[in-house]
Write a protein that binds this ligand. Sequence first.
Ligand code: TMP
Length: 222
Amino acid sequence: MSHRAVASSIRAARFITIEGIEGAGKTSCLDYLAKLLQKRAIEAAFTREPGGTSLGESVRALLLDHRFRGMVGDAEALLIFAARAQHLAEVIRPALAVGQWVVCDRFTDATYAYQGGGRALGAARVSLLEHWAQGELRPDRTLYLDVPVSVGLERIASRGIPDRFESERRAFFERARCVYLERCRAEPQRMRRIDASGSREAVHTQIAAALADLFNDGVETG
Ligand code: TMP
C-alpha cells in the first residue's frame, strides 16, 4: 500500500455495527459485508459483542449460560459494559487509530434493545454506562436487520439448544425490536433499517445502498 493510500485509509476508518433480533440474518450480512470491503481493498477488523477479547469471550459464556437464569438486569448490563470496555481498549480503538475499519456484530444498540427494552432497565441507565465506557465514541453506521419476531424465532427454532437469551419469551424480543425501531427513527443517518424478511439478494441490495456514501468517502480521498 502506498503512503498516500495508507493516509487515505486512516482518514476514512469507519466503525460499523450490525444489529438485529435472533434470526434476523446477521451472519449472512457479515459475510456479504466482508466481500464488499475486500472488493474495495478496505482493511477491516471483524469482531463481536459480547466478546472480541479473551475477557469478553469469558463474560459472553457467563451471559449465555442457563446456570445464571436468575441474573438481574443490572448485573447483565454491567457485565456487558465490562466486556465492552475491554473490547474498546484492546481491539476497537487501536484498530480505528491505525485506519482500520471495524465491523462489530452487535454493540451498544443491543444493550438499549435487550437490557433497556427487553429487561425494562430503561434507556437512561444504558446511556449512563455508554458515556462511562465509550466517552464520545459511537458507530459511524449501524445496519439494523429488521424481521418480525415470529419470523426470527422460526428461523432459530432449528439451531439446536437455545442459549439463555434465545430462551426468552416472545414479549422480550418484541420489546427489543420496538427499541431498535425507535432508535432507527431517532437517528436515521447513523442507524439504517434493513428489511431482512425478503430474499438474500434484496437484503444485500439494501446493505450496499446503506453503506454507499461511506465507500465513496474511502475511495475518493486517495
Ligand atoms: P449473538 O446471538 O448475536 O451472538 O449475541 C448473543 C446474545 O447477547 C444475543 O441474544 C443478544 C445478547 N446481547 C445483549 O443482550 N446485550 C448486548 O448489549 C449485546 C451486545 C448482546
